[in-house]
Design a protein around this ligand. Structure first.
Ligand code: GLC
Length: 716
């Protein structure tokens, strides 16, 4: 539809029809089943109003979409097609590894491909918009939603977010009907919930918000993201659904976002629970005035916005126009059944291959003493544990993922290992002593014991916060008993958050983090455990030694009394009495079956200026016969800065393959802009002066150099 025609359509709309476009409900309002991802609605919609709403969220099938769209177009006066939105977070029916797993690849090419393939399946089911990518900055794994994040580094998260938006949206949503409009979320600060408790209070300084929370949203907007979802939390005491400064000034004016702003589920009604509005009419008025275009799953707009006597008709037209424009960009006026194909060619096979590849890139080898891994295929292997034959490996946001068709670890290993014994999947919660004896006998008789442990998907994701993040006691006991029976113990971890592994670390020779690996998980893990795939993942989020260290980030601040090698015994330094300051496994950590190390670094100069970037070359050595992939990381420390700065910040990374018994080089280019940070006036620029840089295969074990950032004249 031409822009002029959209304007003409607007002119025909009544106030009620305009308000209707700002409303989103679930399929059950149309007597269809759908995904319920929040509290059930306690309000009703008249039929007249139902056929004025603008969008639906949470459908499962193309048939549902077609049924709802058809009846809507028949009943509605102006026949403006509905938008269909869904949580396509890491796949639709064929499920990819969870986003935190994909982040372990450090690859925006991977997130782009996963998003593109997810859109392939979702658009066939009639979905137009996905509530993804989740771009929340996170430092606290008590919060279950870290599983859908890109981890603790703002630059890594921004790059991975770019990949998702590119992959979902492509370049032209009207002609590319196998792409989705993306909705970046949750704007903003949701990952900083106090105590790691979901939906809890957030208190962030503007500098922290601009420095660490905004970059991923800015990246999404630069990639042309079509929607932004506001978060449940307040910033500066104002709930995000009605936070006018952050929506109208920061998001729209500063970041230049001109797409649709949608609330989170029932967030407008929840303003009453926050006690910041007295009734739904005030909730509607203040959310609308602040710039929230769509009210998801509350009846504040549909039943109360018209009561707002000061409703600005121009602002209303602008909001409605943004929604109609999005529908038009998706080609819905010409084809309300976009994406639905009568005779779709099967794609599941191709997707499953991609799922397995993505999973293998996401596994992180945390520990591998005595080269216990890879397993030799002729070895006697005993597999047991609650996740050994579990198909609960798709993760918390895999709504219509076919769990029953997921390849579990026992199935994957059975394909590869002729001498595999699988412990019966009876209740693992508390084997009897007799059962323990039997298990120990089997373990003793094996060359290697694989223990598959971790979380259920119900324990992760939204509304799944934990005050303790260690494995359940029964799993720790199983580790100890099996280690007593056989020292060659490999732990495979299925979890959606960094866990406190302190209790089991000493007992396991090898620990492999597989996260929730998706539909082909068991096959991908098996091929990795036998060495067909050499692990290459790197942790996007630190694994703490204790929950008491949280919130935690490698981007720590030095404090006035830093703990050092020399003052470990001193009292008056910043440390804990009972655990160390460092994590158990640091950000960027991930081993390989190859023996990889940074052999040397060189730098192009001692001085860096605006016109003279600095190049840093790293040589990676492989002291083993097996080629290995790895991610070389470049960190920087600002040695004297106006504001407090972290002791280390990731600035860039390079991925490379090092052939057996050789070396390989990679080069980084560091510019003055890379050294910028957010100052008191909330603008980003660097301080002149000395810097140190660190090059490593993780954020702790690095080679170091230094340089000075100078004015042009001084430097030349
Ligand atoms: C949920 C989540 C949000 C999701 C939305 C729709 O409450 O907070 O991430 O996209 O509702 O399901």
């Amino acid at each position: 539809m031409k822009k002029s025609e959209l304007k003409e359509l607007m002119n025909e709309m009544t106030l009620a029809e305009k308000i209707g476009q700002l409303v989103q409900v679930t399929p059950d309002f149309f007597n269809q089943s759908g995904e319920i991802t929040g509290p059930a609605a306690e309000w009703q919609l008249s039929e007249n109003k139902l056929f004025q709403i603008g969008s639906v969220l949470g459908t499962h099938t193309a048939e549902q979409v077609a049924t709802i769209q058809k009846s809507y177009l028949e009943e509605s006066r102006l026949k403006i097609p509905l938008l269909f939105m869904a949580d396509v977070i890491h796949g639709y029916e064929t499920i990819f590894p969870i986003p935190l797993a994909l982040a372990s690849s450090f690859s925006s090419e991977l997130t782009e491909e996963v998003a593109r393939l997810s859109a392939l399946e979702a658009t066939r089911a009639g979905v137009h918009v996905t509530f993804s990518p989740m771009a929340d900055h996170v430092m606290d794994s008590r919060w279950g939603r870290v599983l859908e994040s890109n981890g603790e580094d703002p630059i890594l998260s921004a790059e991975l977010t770019r990949g998702y938006v590119r992959g979902y949206q492509g370049t032209d949503l009207e002609t590319e009907t196998e792409r989705l409009a993306a909705c970046v979320k949750h704007f903003i600060g949701y990952g900083a919930v106090q105590g790691g408790r979901d939906y809890n209070h957030v208190d962030l300084s503007p500098i922290e918000l601009y420095q660490n929370y905004l970059p991923a949203f800015q990246a999404a907007i630069e990639e042309g993201v079509k929607l932004v979802m506001t978060s449940f939390n307040p910033i500066n005491g104002q709930l995000m659904s009605l936070n006018r400064p952050l929506i109208k000034e920061t998001l729209r004016q500063e970041l230049g976002f001109n797409g649709v702003v949608i609330s989170d589920w029932n967030a407008l009604e929840e303003l009453l629970a926050h006690r910041v509005v007295g009734d739904k009419q005030q909730a509607a008025a203040e959310a609308f005035e602040a710039g929230t275009d769509i009210d998801m799953m509350s009846d504040c707009y549909i039943n109360h916005l018209a009561e707002y006597s000061d409703l600005d008709s121009h602002a209303l037209d602008e909001a409605v126009y943004r929604i109609l424009k999005l529908k038009n960009e998706l080609g819905l006026f010409e084809n309300p059944f976009r994406g639905i194909q009568e005779e779709a060619k099967p794609i599941e096979g191709a997707l499953r291959i991609a799922v397995k590849e993505a999973a293998m890139k996401s596994f992180v080898l945390l520990k591998n003493d005595s080269d216990t891994l890879p397993i030799r295929t002729q070895q006697q292997v005993f597999l047991l544990g609650p996740k050994a034959s579990s198909k609960d490996i798709l993760g918390a946001w895999s709504w219509i993922g076919k769990t029953e068709q997921a390849i579990d670890l026992a199935e994957g290993l059975t394909e590869q290992l002729p001498h595999l014994t699988v412990g019966a999947a009876e209740s693992w919660a508390e084997p009897s002593e007799a059962e323990y004896v039997k298990l120990s006998e089997e373990a003793k008789a094996s060359d290697v014991v694989i223990l598959a442990l971790g979380e259920s998907s119900e324990e992760t994701g939204e509304a799944a916060s934990k005050a303790e993040i260690c494995l359940p006691e029964y799993q720790i006991k199983l580790v100890k008993r099996m280690a007593a029976a056989n020292k060659n113990l490999v732990v495979v971890l299925f979890n959606g958050r960094p866990l406190d592994l302190t209790a089991i670390e000493p007992y396991a020779k090898s620990i492999v983090e597989v996260w929730f690996p998706g539909s082909e998980g068991g096959r991908a893990i098996a091929e990795t455990l036998i060495g067909q795939h050499n692990p290459e993942g790197k942790l996007p989020m630190s694994f703490p030694r204790a929950v008491g260290q949280l919130p935690f980030s490698y981007q720590a601040y030095s404090t006035g009394r830093p703990l050092t090698e020399q003052n470990q015994q001193e009292k008056y330094v910043s440390k804990y009495m009972d655990v160390g300051n460092e994590p158990l496994y640091p950000f960027g950590h991930g081993l390989s079956y190859s023996k990889l190390s940074i052999e040397a670094i060189t730098q192009s100069a001692e001085v860096l200026t605006e016109d003279e970037p600095l190049t840093i070359q790293a040589t990676v050595r492989n002291d083993s016969a097996q080629a290995g992939n790895t991610t070389v990381q470049l960190y920087v420390e600002d040695q004297v800065s106006e504001l407090v700065r972290p002791v280390k910040e990731l600035k860039s990374w390079q991925q490379l393959t090092v052939a057996g018994n050789t070396t390989a080089q990679c080069t980084f280019t560091l510019t003055a802009a890379d050294l910028g940070y957010v100052h008191s006036n909330l603008t980003r620029y660097p301080d002149l002066g000395k810097f140190r840089f660190f090059v490593g295969l993780d954020s702790q074990n690095t080679l170091t150099g230094q340089f000075e950032l100078c004015e042009k004249s001084e430097g030349l």
